[in-house]
Ligand binder design. Sequence first.
Ligand code: TMP
Length: 210
Amino acid sequence: MTKKLFIVFEGIDSSGKTTQAELLKKYFLELKERAVISPEPSNGIIGNLIRQALKQRIIFSKDQDLFDEQMAYLFAADRHDHLYNDIDGVFKLIKNNYHVISTRYYFSSLAYNCDSIEQYNFIKKLNDSFPNPDLTIYIDIPIEVSLARLQERSLQEIYETKTKLTKVREQYQKIFAEYEGRAIAIDGTQDMQEIQRQIIDAVKTILTIQ
Ligand code: TMP
């Protein structure tokens, strides 16, 4: 294995992204490859600011449209930092021979942060210069499954409502139907091992065709 990959997991809340990211990391480690999980919002300063806002501990504006716009700028700023910072940025890690597995990337901004076509175009423009990952894994689950899993968690974030998640899932389906980069969509209600098998197959395919 020579080329180091930038792999992204996407999906609505509680779709199993973190679990599968951890299993994939374990797979690389067993092959004696370096691998790291690096989420968005990131663990950097802007990512932490975003997490406070998602918990409504920071409110930039009571006007919902302005708040959403502010969040879109912050997500894009965080993404730039996540990709390009000199300490633990994605490209720095890849240069240091790590496979980088990110839970969420710019697809999340397109899925979560736009309600209208105008907002979609604005978000698209904000994220236009970010490179596509080597592989994107979209894990799809029905809204009812997401809500049932979320109920088991105590803290609620602002985007975790039935109406919001329904819109987000529709957006995701549209995004990946049109996306021209390398991506696979997986039914997230399947057995955990079966999902992992499909992910590893996709990773192996990329590594053999690189
Ligand atoms: P998490 O639940 O995966 O930690 O993500 C936190 C929330 O942030 C989740 O509800 C989705 C949201 N989000 C956006 O709205 N836009 C983005 O660009 C990203 C990366 C996340």
